[in-house]
Design a binder for this molecule. Structure first.
Ligand code: DC
Length: 243
């Protein structure tokens, strides 16, 4: 059977709204992305979690135990992972399942953040995750949190934000979080790790972390989470997203 142009057009998947929030870790992206996703009833795409999973799996497979990393081997490992996002009615969040197993807090530490940043420099690894991320916008509205959401993954997004903050203020926030959780925190070591990761993420040639040309750039160093939320909400409203 052949389809005429009109029928093909009807088969094009619906295009749902996408809001991208890029920027370095610790600038407050996660908090505001989560709140917007709840308020708008959109899915939350935590793309950093995907790179963290690949980083952890690559580490466990012994692929990070050398100075000269093997891009092809890490990309093959990425392609072989079965990654599923499943809405969790109880928490209201999207669970990430890898090979059927629920991913928990064990990817959220600085060590795994470092592994993620190392595997994220490779174009073949990024390519292996690209379609998976784009597919989310075929199912519902998406709040996409990452580094290249507005530049590469969703270049046609309806509203784009680049949320940044000084390394010092991000390190201070991290120290406060750890202390609140009763854990030891070394400000100088945390700042050094943040700066090292920023340099790698911003200077890599494949999809570096940078604002899209049409993004609102917001520095949260001296802002509360509430002020960040209202600034981003106002930007989304100005771009025609109603809430
Ligand atoms: O946002 P995060 O700290 O969870 O991200 C972990 C690392 O993953 C980050 O240092 C760089 C990489 N990353 C990326 O390259 N592209 C993304 N869209 C998201 C994260």
């Amino acid at each position: 059977m052949t389809l005429d142009t009109a029928s093909k057009a009807q088969l094009t998947p619906p295009r749902y709204p996408v809001i991208t929030i890029d920027g370095p870790s610790g600038a407050g992206k996660g908090t505001v992305a989560w709140r917007l996703a709840k308020e708008l009833d959109y899915q939350l795409l935590d793309s950093g979690a995907l790179y963290r999973i690949v980083g952890l799996k690559a580490f466990e497979a012994g692929l990070l135990a050398t100075d000269k990393l093997d891009e092809d081997a890490i990309a093959t490992l990425t392609e072989q992972l079965s990654i599923n996002f499943e809405p969790n009615e109880a928490t209201g969040n999207v669970d990430i399942l890898i090979d059927g197993a629920l991913i928990g807090r064990d990817i959220r530490n600085e060590t795994v953040g470092g592994y993620a940043s190392k595997v994220a420099v490779f174009p073949k690894v990024r390519q292996a995750l690209l379609y998976l991320q784009q597919q989310m916008a075929e199912q519902s509205g998406v709040i996409a949190d990452g580094r290249d959401m507005g530049t590469v993954v969703f270049p046609d997004a309806d509203a784009k934000v680049y949320l940044t903050a000084s390394g010092e203020s991000r390190a201070q926030r991290r120290v406060a979080q750890l202390e609140q959780a009763g854990e030891a925190a070394d400000y100088a070591a945390i700042l050094a790790t943040i700066q090292e990761r920023d340099i790698r993420d911003e200077t890599r040639s494949a999809s570096p972390s940078k604002p899209a040309e049409d993004a609102l750039v917001l520095d949260s160093s001296a802002l509360t989470a509430e002020q960040v939320y209202h600034a981003i909400k106002a930007h989304c409203q100005a771009q025609g997203i109603c809430f």
